[in-house]
Design a protein. Structure first.
Length: 290
């Protein structure tokens, strides 16, 4: 998921410190965050783990609904709810769906991040827009995504992508998803993009519109905003909210997080956010020790 300029700036600062070599040189090291996300078995395992858990959760949801019809709740929060009292929308008799972010959730943007890793300078929205239009054959499905999408559709579950890619590139985005082996998506039906529904980049409006048509059994994303806009908070507040009830009961049960150390709100936070004052330690070697 591509997020706010604030998050993009954090990404640019991270990448700018790691990649200052001309594109033709190929002598710079790959940024550690990209080594991890795009190259490591550990990140692939986390992605596989999330998709397996999500698929099994939806399988149990579908089986339970078939065995015992009755009221069910969506995993999408109702308008007006809070992080202290998270209320979800009712399903009624709507068909079942699962909702996914696109970038660094359903797909990995290998081509774009290769280009970004070899450049210095801030995030360039125009370059990202060009990537949306022309880079569709330079992405891959996130580990586990293609299998999960296939299994979900085989259960009769609608797979929906809710992305902050631009509506102007809707056709290219749908083609990119299909080319990555993730199946057919239709803008306004199973593909929702930035500005759809309410003209906003925030996703809650789109999520509410999706919940009006489907019973959403699970969501997956790489940023907390892929689940609710209520997480638009300072870093320390977000971290505390995730570990507090009721939000802590959603993750791994209804909401599934994919790893992304490359860009986004996960890269925010100053010294006081990351290292609480009471937990800091400074090495003081004894005399004669190094």
């Amino acid at each position: 998921m591509r997020v706010s300029p604030r998050a993009a700036l954090a990404s640019a600062l991270l990448l700018g410190g790691c990649a200052t070599v001309a594109p033709s040189a190929q002598t710079a090291s790959v940024p550690p965050s990209m080594q991890y996300l795009y190259g490591s078995g550990e990140a692939a395992a986390l992605s596989e783990q999330a998709y397996t858990a999500l698929t099994e959760h939806v399988r149990m949801f579908v089986a339970s609904r078939a065995a015992k019809p009755g009221p069910r709740q969506s995993v999408i929060l109702a308008p007006g709810t809070t992080l202290e009292r998270m209320v979800t929308l009712p399903c009624g008799d709507k068909p079942v769906a699962a909702v996914f972010d696109m970038d660094e959730t359903a797909v990995l943007n290998l081509g774009y991040e290769y280009d970004a890793a070899r450049r210095a300078g801030p995030y360039d929205q125009a370059r990202w827009d060009r990537w949306e239009r022309t880079g569709g054959d330079r992405i891959v499905a996130a580990p586990g995504a293609a299998r999960a999408f296939y299994e979900l559709r085989r259960m009769g579950v609608t797979v929906i992508v809710n992305s902050n890619r631009t509506a102007a590139a809707a056709n290219q985005t749908a083609q990119a998803l299909a080319g990555a082996g993730l199946g057919r998506f239709v803008h306004g039906e199973t593909l929702f993009l930035r500005g759809d529904v309410d003209g906003k980049a925030a996703k809650d409006g789109r999520r509410t519109a999706i919940a009006a048509r489907w019973c959403v059994a699970a969501m997956a994303g790489d940023q907390l905003a892929d689940f609710t806009d209520l997480f638009d908070q300072p870093p320390a507040t977000r971290r505390a909210a995730v570990s507090a009830v009721p939000a802590s009961r959603f993750f791994g049960v209804w909401w599934f997080v994919l790893p992304n150390p490359v860009y986004g709100t996960g890269l925010e936070g100053g010294w006081n956010d990351v290292f609480p004052a009471g937990k800091r330690w400074a090495d003081a070697p004894a005399k004669g020790e190094r």
